[in-house]
Design a binder for this molecule. Structure first.
Ligand SMILES: NC(=O)c1ccc[n+]([C@@H]2O[C@H](COP(=O)([O-])OP(=O)(O)OC[C@H]3O[C@@H](n4cnc5c(N)ncnc54)[C@H](OP(=O)(O)O)[C@@H]3O)[C@@H](O)[C@H]2O)c1
Length: 321
């Protein structure tokens, strides 16, 4: 008989899901898969409402998902036909949105979705990176094809994705403008934004124009008002949850969903190890309190960056920082 593990699983109706801790069978890696012992998992609260959380690939309703699809941990086992992977290696990465996530002692992923954990980072820090950094990288470089010297506007420059978008755009040699709250203006400037607009105190469209690339992490009215600041051939990229399913052709073209990408994780890891990119952990939450990370009821937050859940048993066993 296989072993059991602790997981946080969604329960209740899709409109009002709750997370409960329960015991579940430890998964086994299938052909071409890795079993990861999760040390820390990043939290994207809006994930609970995303399509793959509430539906299966077949389109059927899903009510038993385990959330959090970014993690840092240790390779615990490998499936058949997995080559060049060492059990015990420390990795960070993502897994498929339709698979069970990393709010569990173990999760399953593919070698193409993970890379060696940046050595300079603790597991907690590394777990805060994959979704934010990959989304920023893919939005700026794969979708918008940002070039040196271009002007980019990042909405939500202090958020889990925005803080990477500001840094990566600046590193690319772009002129970076960002929006943030008053308490985050200095922080976002420190990441490399030449101009930071307090979106509660001013309307950004009255402060900026002739933008080559808008990177929108906010959506709604912010996205609508952003078309006016683009140059005639400017590019819009949006990742905001409420843009998914929008029927406006322009928004459909601008929206994308981040994908796991080993090559990009390796490049991002090099920048983190070289100190040329930084991550920010908003607060650390023990596994037993993970549901609070999804409702915003976490004490002692920095108010920027990403919430990270630690898997206590795995963490204490290897002395995470
Ligand atoms: N499509 C994808 O692949 C993908 C991937 C990851 C995330 N997402 C989605 O992207 C969105 C952002 O994710 P995240 O993890 O970066 O969230 P987050 O960490 O909560 O950051 C969002 C930030 O936006 C700022 N903000 C709020 N209202 C704003 C406004 N009107 N104008 C400018 N900034 C505003 C806030 O910063 P201040 O405190 O400074 O106000 C907040 O920290 C979410 O909807 C998430 O679901 C999508």
């Amino acid at each position: 008989m296989g072993q059991n593990m602790q997981v946080m699983r969604l329960t209740g109706p899709a409109e009002k899901p709750t997370l409960i801790e329960e015991e579940a069978p430890q998964p086994r890696p299938g052909r071409g898969e890795l079993l990861i012992r999760v040390v820390a998992a990043g939290v994207t609260p809006t994930e609970l409402k995303w399509y793959p959380t509430t539906h299966r690939k077949t389109g059927d309703k899903r009510t038993d998902a385990i959330p959090s699809h970014e993690f840092s941990g240790i390779i615990a086992a490998v499936g058949e036909e997995v080559a060049d992977v060492k059990i015990g290696s420390e990795i960070y990465g993502m897994n498929d949105w339709f698979a069970h996530g990393a709010l569990a002692e173990y999760c399953v992923t593919q070698p193409a979705s993970v890379a060696t954990k940046p050595a300079r980072l603790t597991h907690i820090e590394a777990a805060s990176v994959p979704i934010g950094a990959l989304t920023a990288w893919q939005g700026l470089f794969d979708h918008a094809k940002l070039q040196a010297g271009e002007r980019v506007l990042v909405h939500g420059g202090s958020g889990g994705v925005g803080l990477f978008a500001v840094q990566l755009a600046r590193k690319q040699g772009a002129h970076v403008i960002a929006t943030a709250s008053a308490h985050n203006l200095e922080f976002v400037s420190g990441l490399g934004a030449e101009q930071v607009i307090d979106y509660q105190a001013a309307r950004f469209e009255e402060r900026v124009r002739d933008i080559d690339v808008v990177f929108d992490t906010v959506g709604g009215e912010t996205l609508e008002r952003s078309w006016a600041v683009l140059k005639p051939n400017g590019r819009m990229v949006t990742i905001a949850a409420d843009a998914e399913g929008n029927t406006d052709g322009r928004v459909k073209q601008a929206f994308f969903i981040v994908e796991p990408n080993r090559k990009e994780l390796i490049e991002i890891g090099k920048l983190l190890d070289a100190g040329q990119l930084q991550t920010i952990v908003d607060a650390v939450v023990p596994f037993s309190q993970a549901p609070a990370a999804f409702t915003g009821a976490v004490q002692g937050r920095l108010g920027r960056g990403k919430l990270v859940v630690t898997l206590a048993a795995a963490g204490s066993a290897i002395g995470i920082g």
